[in-house]
Design a protein around this ligand. Sequence first.
Ligand code: CU
Length: 58
Amino acid sequence: MARFPGMEHDEPDVAHVPPGGRGEIVWTFNKAGHFGFACRIAGHYQAGMVGTLMVSSH
Ligand SMILES: [Cu+2]
């Protein structure tokens, strides 16, 4: 979502973290698999602020 670049979002699935800082988001998955995540600030996805996480069931 890039509709409001720079705008703070008060959403449970968003963490704003300063450079070098840390943040925490709690995600609960109901199935295993590989899931992508990305920064939603305009241009950051294109700059590579993306990742993949793996959820395993055991
Ligand atoms: Cu970013």
